[in-house]
Design a protein around this ligand. Structure first.
Ligand SMILES: [Zn+2]
Ligand SMILES: [Zn+2]
Length: 334
């Protein structure tokens, strides 16, 4: 089968590789809608210490083409959203919702980042092996594949930055610092507005993203931000910049929650005394893909959020050229 490999910034290559096989507990899936994760975009820009060559792509919807003997509840031909993280579904961590930290596989096991994630293959391919049926969720007819392609990763990542806080502290003001997680920050705006935030302040230094944030219901604020921006019960760092993260932390109100989706390879400075004095909670870490998928599917199906509004689609035959200078959120379909 054909598999798209990321080689180095600006360079991709289709390679002929051996077809994967379905394990008894898993399935083979043909990816039909693959989105570019914000992490992919950063890898493609060469700003992270993650280097090629490796099989690329991990946000996807696909069609089941083969099922292992032990998998129940699915049929060949089913359209499924697949967790980007490898999760068994039966260990204690998977059972408690920590599906991104499954005990059956190594820490950080995921598709599309090569050896760093355990070499599970990539979604820009004719086929992808899903080792556990648990990782898949069948999609209802009313959901468009392209609209939910990010529903296994960047959408859950955005959801966890604002939804738990708004459930605990309804109608709170929300501050989102964007730019690093380009789509995650804007999905967070979308979700915060849908879940009844009183006000969403969005900081970025990109005019086009500020405009989109405004269309999604945010109050756009041109960055860089000052050291402190006031007091918000819920703050989100999706900036990828240590000084912006510090602003988010300093702007979190007493008893508030700051969530960072950033991947900082070098330890950023933390305004500890400010956090201590206000008694804030700081959350970081990867999202838990499979555990979050039901909620995301529900929100897209009932129209609470419309991820398509910030996405651009391209055809499979346009690969790999479509990956050059990608738009805010690219989804490739076939
Ligand atoms: Zn990702
Ligand atoms: Zn597990």
């Amino acid at each position: 089968m054909k598999q798209l490999f990321f080689l180095e910034p600006g360079k991709f290559e289709w390679r002929e590789v051996t077809d994967p096989a379905a394990s008894p507990k898993g399935a083979l899936v043909k990816p039909t809608a693959v989105a570019l994760c914000d992490l992919d975009t950063a890898i493609m820009q060469g700003t992270l210490p993650i280097t090629g060559p490796f099989a690329f792509g991990h946000e996807f919807v696909g069609e089941v083409v083969e099922l292992g003997d032990e998998v129940d509840g699915f049929a060949v031909g089913d359209r499924v959203l697949v967790s980007f993280q490898i999760s068994c579904g039966s260990c204690d961590r998977c059972a408690s919702g920590l599906t991104g930290s499954c005990r059956e596989v190594r820490e950080g096991a995921m598709y599309g980042v090569g050896a760093l994630g355990g070499d599970w293959g990539g979604a820009f391919a004719d086929l992808i092996e899903v080792p556990y049926g648990f990782m898949m969720m069948r999609l209802p007819k009313e959901i468009d594949s392209a609209a939910i392609a990010s529903g296994n990763d960047n959408l859950p990542d955005a959801y966890r930055t604002v939804a738990p806080g708004l459930a605990e502290m309804p109608a709170s003001d929300v501050l989102i610092l964007g730019g690093g997680g380009r789509s995650i920050a804007l999905y967070a705006v979308m979700i915060a507005a849908a879940l009844g935030a009183s006000k969403v302040d969005y900081v970025d230094d990109s005019e086009s993203r500020l405009e989109i944030a405004q269309q999604l219901g945010a109050n756009p604020i041109e960055g860089p931000p000052p050291e402190k921006m006031g007091r918000y019960p819920i703050t989100v760092d999706a900036s990828g910049r240590p000084d912006w993260l510090a602003t988010a932390l300093r702007s979190t109100d007493s008893g508030g929650v700051c969530t960072s989706i950033g991947i900082y390879f070098q330890d950023p400075a933390i305004p500890f005394i400010n956090m201590y004095t206000r008694g804030i909670t700081f959350r970081t870490g990867r999202p838990h893909s499979r555990a979050s998928m039901p909620k995301i599917i529900e929100m897209v199906a009932d129209g609470t959020i419309n991820p398509s509004s910030i996405q651009t689609t391209a055809g499979w035959e346009e690969l790999p050229d479509a990956l050059e200078n990608p738009p805010l959120k690219l989804v490739v379909t076939r």
